[in-house]
Design a protein around this ligand. Structure first.
Ligand SMILES: [Ca+2]
Length: 363
């Protein structure tokens, strides 16, 4: 099934805008020009995105259960329907592709059923096979991001599914970051024996990304006050529900930074690598839902944050995810049809960002 309207309307609306720094830090980088184009329109609550080696993107739609292939020229094709049956924040959520995709062809997806959240793997067009079931499910706080780390293992962000105490229970899969082998087995070097739990004390993890040194960072939604960016260590306890944000003394690992929930509601995140956007090399981009903006964080060599900049604020509505494409450009998913937004006729959209110094192929 093709969406010809999207083909016809792709590659339009290239918008030049001045990115004004809203950062209070004196270390903020000077303003620079961004070029924003719309890759695709008319999507419905897109949630996950994984690039295939040929540059096409696999995109999941939360409520329809559709797995779409989107090309950089805006062609959209449904390639599979995943049997997701979630409510509220549940549904078809994260998608990942095997780091060995060229030889094994495996795609991974995280979705909700009436009984659980689960992770499946499959080759496109084939029956999905569960590799992990029994992640607690609810109408809210389902986590759902999945991503392969530089160690070749599959990392899975889950939520507390409204059972707050489960986040501190290492025998529950709720409120965790999990780490599995690609076939679903538990790696022998996980921090707790025969346990997929990699870190715990999380409320609702929807962002997983690694810096150039291979350090994992995760974003999570706070309750009323503080969304968090955390630097994840094996076996670490990040405090929920005992503490939120920077509270808690030395009992729990503190966030790298926090945002107010109104200015963020942090979902997907990505570290930029490869030099395609030289001003942002090594920076962390974070998509904000309620905050309706893209946050950019930069770090010094010790990992301390040197700048926090707000991009796209109020221009495209709620933002669910951000990913770097194989050509170095940055793709952003809007989330205005997720039941909490104010969608425009074009929503939901996939945006493509480059800067004037972009060194990849332009179009
Ligand atoms: Ca925390």
């Amino acid at each position: 099934m093709c969406y010809h309207r999207s083909i016809a309307t792709a590659i339009v609306a290239t918008i030049l805008l001045i990115v004004t720094s809203a950062c209070s830090s004196p270390a903020a980088k000077p303003s620079l020009q961004l070029k924003v184009s719309v890759v695709a329109r008319g999507l419905e609550a897109p949630w996950g995105l994984a690039f295939l080696p040929d540059g096409r993107a696999l995109v999941s739609e939360r409520d329809s259960g559709k797995l779409l292939v989107v090309t950089s020229s805006g062609h959209i094709e449904e390639v599979q329907r995943i049997p997701a049956r979630g409510s509220g924040e549940g549904g078809l959520l994260g998608v990942a592709r095997s780091p060995n995709y060229a030889t094994d062809g495996f795609v991974y997806a995280y979705f909700s059923t009436p009984e659980d959240n689960r992770v499946v793997r499959f080759r496109l067009g084939e029956e999905p096979q569960p590799i992990l079931t029994g992640i607690p499910v609810s109408s809210v706080h389902n986590g759902g991001r999945i991503a392969f780390g530089p160690d070749g293992m599959l990392y899975i962000g889950t939520g507390d599914a409204t059972n707050r105490g489960a986040a501190q229970d290492r025998n529950s899969l709720a409120g965790k970051i999990l780490r599995l082998m690609p076939d679903g087995g538990v790696p022998t070097d996980n921090p707790f024996p025969n346990n997929p739990v990699y870190s715990y004390g999380h409320r609702n993890v929807q962002g997983l990304t690694w810096d150039a040194k291979g350090q994992l960072y995760a974003t999570e939604f706070g309750q009323n006050a503080f969304d968090e960016v955390n630097r994840i260590v094996a076996g670490g306890n990040y405090g929920w529900p005992e503490v939120e944000g920077n509270a808690g003394g030395d009992h729990y690992i503190k966030p790298v930074t926090v945002f107010s929930t109104a200015e963020a509601s942090t979902s997907g995140a990505v570290f930029l690598h490869g030099g395609a956007i030289p001003q942002w090399e090594g920076n962390l981009l974070i998509a904000g839902l309620r905050g309706e903006r893209l946050w950019r964080l930069s770090f010094d060599s010790t990992g301390a944050i040197t700048a926090r900049e707000q991009l796209l604020q109020g221009q495209y509505g709620r933002l669910r995810h951000v990913v770097q494409a194989p050509d170095g450009s940055v793709w952003v998913l809007t989330s205005n049809r997720d039941g909490r937004g104010t969608p425009s006729p074009d929503d939901d959209r996939i945006l493509r960002l480059v800067t004037d110094d972009y060194r990849g192929a332009d179009r």
